[in-house]
Design a protein around this ligand. Structure first.
Ligand code: SF4
Length: 387
């Protein structure tokens, strides 16, 4: 298993972080045009983690035994300012980004987030279209913030919710938070027009399979989109084991004992979820019943058209959710006349053009052939780069 380093007497798994090259080297890099990685994947989706802290301790992401008060959280002076984030977003739009997802930890814990969204909403894509600004939250603060997020310019919201049953919910999140408050937040967001609301449910064998039908029924009746996520070996701390994974095909079979479903086309290339719609008694798609989705990183990897790049709160770029290497550009975001946006853009394009990441695809084979070695490398924690 990955070798921890000791910080403040707390074990901590550190991915390898690469610092940028000397400027004079960069000056010779070609100006980025039509940037693609060697697998012909463009950069379309930038995921920005605004904070590495959260008010929940979900077992599959930030288990409390590891993420204790003594954990090596980022110091506030290490966290990028909104101006630095906006500067980077403009550079990424120049490289092809069309969608920005705000994540964490829990992004709504970041003070003044509406201010950032307001600035982002003023940006548009290379083709002049409105930027798609979305956010993934645990929903705990959504009821009171939905209105201000919408008026700031947020387009849509995704809420992580893994159970309707309060006891299960509180055991999964290791919190005393009533699930009703999360549902209240979801309905408030819907009422404020932050839809179509997506709900992400991580299904873990032995933990919440019994919640699959109640969750599907609840959100079907409200025309919302429920996505089932296979339990993933993100980070180094959630004790992942393949036996705890409930394959998407098994979840679909469970749903089909109650409803007729049919596959739907993807909205765009690189969409992570496989979409399925509910069929009514007449055999037609029921537009009022919302839909379900399957995010099957373990059994049906979707790396072939992965166009996502991730930014940690302290300015390190990661090319994959399961990355063991990051590219620290924080230094370049400090006020420095010699580091212009063009140089940063060249460097990011250069990194992307070397990108061969296909962790989920390789995992499938690794699990068959040589699992131990494959899981050796310390990976970045999901709470530092968002899902
Ligand atoms: S495993 Fe990495 S490369 Fe594959 S889809 Fe996920 S983020 Fe993309």
């Amino acid at each position: 298993m990955p070798q921890p380093i000791l910080v403040r007497n707390q074990k901590y798994f550190a991915p390898n972080v690469i610092l940028p090259p000397k400027i004079d080297l960069l000056e010779h890099y070609p100006s980025p045009e039509n940037v693609h990685d060697p697998l012909k994947r463009p950069i379309r989706d930038l995921r920005i983690s605004l904070i590495d802290r959260c008010n929940f301790r979900c077992r599959y992401c930030m288990p409390k035994e590891v993420f204790t008060p003594a954990y090596n959280y980022l110091a506030s002076d290490k966290i990028l300012s909104f101006n630095q984030i906006i500067r980077l977003c403009k550079i990424f739009i120049g490289l092809g980004v069309q969608k920005i997802r705000l994540t964490g930890g829990e992004p709504l814990l970041r003070k003044g987030i509406e201010e950032l969204i307001d600035q982002l909403a003023k940006l548009s894509t290379q083709s002049g279209k409105a930027l798609d600004i979305t956010l993934t939250t645990n929903g705990s603060l959504l009821a009171k913030m939905a209105k201000s997020l919408k008026s700031a310019g947020l387009t849509r919201v995704t809420v992580s919710l893994d159970a309707l049953d309060n006891t299960s919910f509180q055991s999964i999140t290791d919190s005393h938070y009533p699930v009703e408050r999360i549902l209240e937040g979801i309905h408030q967001a819907q009422a404020e027009g932050l839809g179509p609301i997506k709900i992400n449910m991580v299904v873990k064998r032995g933990t919440n399979e019994d919640q699959i039908i109640p969750m599907a029924n609840y959100f079907r009746q409200r025309g919302m989109i429920l996505r089932f996520i296979e339990f993933m070996d993100v980070g180094n701390s959630n004790g992942w084991n393949i036996s705890q994974v409930v394959p998407s095909r098994e979840i679909l079979a469970t749903l089909q004992t109650h409803w007729v479903l049919k596959p739907l086309d993807a909205h765009y290339v690189g969409e992570t979820a496989k979409r399925w719609g509910y069929v009514n008694a007449e055999g037609n798609l029921d537009p009022l019943a919302g839909e379900v989705g399957f995010i099957s990183s373990i059994t049906e990897a979707f790396c072939d058209d992965c166009n996502r790049i991730r930014l940690s709160p302290d300015g390190v770029l990661y090319l994959c959710l399961f990355a063991s290497t990051g590219y620290d550009i924080s230094e370049w975001l400090q006020p420095n006349p010699t580091i212009g946006d063009d140089l940063i853009s060249k460097y990011i394009a250069h990194i992307w053009q070397q990108r061969l990441d296909q962790y989920s695809k390789t995992r499938i084979n690794a699990l068959k052939q040589h699992p131990i070695e494959f899981f050796q490398k310390p990976k970045i924690e999901m709470s530092s780069i968002g899902g």
